[in-house]
Write a new protein. Structure first.
Length: 287
């Protein structure tokens, strides 16, 4: 009898030793509701953020400007089945980059550390390596406008495919003019954006190659639409056939091919496009 009991105890000890310890060093149960990771961008993409989104439980978060992120699961009651179990896909999204994914395993509403693409400590085993599909650079003339008169902005958008040709969609005033842009305030931490549109407009699909394409449009900014401050023009374009889930965009309250102020929430790697709204000289000087 004693030999039998000893054998059972030895077997149980072996099983426990081969199982991850669910307790921390102070005896508290470890929560496995968070994963973290790193995003590697090309050297030219300084301070670029990405949107991290986990399907199945549909939770998302923006990365920091140094490419780090931490994603926390919602409470079990907010998950499918009151605690999702199974495989989920983690997406890393930037509007003009190839979308990257990792496979994540969950059980009863918690991440399974040490399985799939997640380490024993809840970190991605490999960082996301981001590959740009389209270079976007924008210039604005004039660089300073007044808030108290109607102003005409000339916006030049230079597009170049970094490798293979890429097809984009936008709205146009004709075959060469893009018709939608957004002015985003950049000198405040608050998100302030204002759509600027031409009309009439219609959908345009355009292929961009490594030779590049330049589109130039004029936008009228009515007086008192933009307050004094520093702004950046964000031309509204979408990359086609990139495999971005519709639900990912919906989690940002954005629908594909819809051009409104919320479009500026999509992370894009763009260069240029800055301008200022300043009090006109006539309004500050006496007669």
């Amino acid at each position: 009898m004693k030999i039998w009991i000893f054998t059972i105890l030895l077997l149980l000890a072996t099983i426990v030793a081969c199982t991850d310890n669910p307790f921390s060093s102070n005896g508290a149960v470890q929560s496995r509701n968070t994963i973290s990771g790193k995003i590697n961008f090309p050297a030219t993409a300084s301070d670029q953020i990405a949107y991290i989104w986990l399907d199945q439980v549909e939770v998302g978060k923006f990365s920091t400007s140094d490419g780090k992120f931490s994603l926390q699961l919602p409470p079990r009651a907010s998950q499918p089945g009151n605690g999702f179990s199974g495989s989920a896909t983690l997406y890393c999204y930037v509007g003009n980059y190839r979308i990257e994914t990792r496979q994540i395993l969950l059980n009863d509403g918690e991440f399974l550390y040490g399985q799939g693409d997640v380490s024993n400590t809840g970190e991605l085993l490999q960082p996301f390596q981001m590959n740009k599909l389209l270079d976007i650079s924008t210039s604005v003339t004039p660089e300073i406008i007044s808030p108290d008169v109607d102003e005409l902005l000339t916006v030049r958008m230079n597009l170049r495919a970094t490798n293979n040709p890429i097809r984009i969609s936008l709205t146009g005033a004709d075959s060469t003019l893009f018709a939608n842009a957004i002015a985003v305030r950049i000198d405040t931490t608050a998100f302030i954006s204002v759509p600027i549109q031409r009309g009439p407009t219609f959908p345009v699909s355009l292929q961009v190659t490594s030779s590049g394409t330049t589109l130039v449009s004029d936008f009228t900014v009515p007086q008192n639409v933009l307050a004094q401050g520093e702004y950046r023009i964000v031309p509204s374009i979408w990359l086609e056939n990139t495999g971005v889930p519709t639900r990912l965009l919906n989690s940002l309250n954005i629908q594909a091919a819809t051009y409104d102020a919320e479009y500026a929430l999509i992370p894009f790697d763009r260069q240029g496009g800055d301008f200022s709204v300043s009090v006109s000289k006539d309004s500050t000087e006496g007669p």
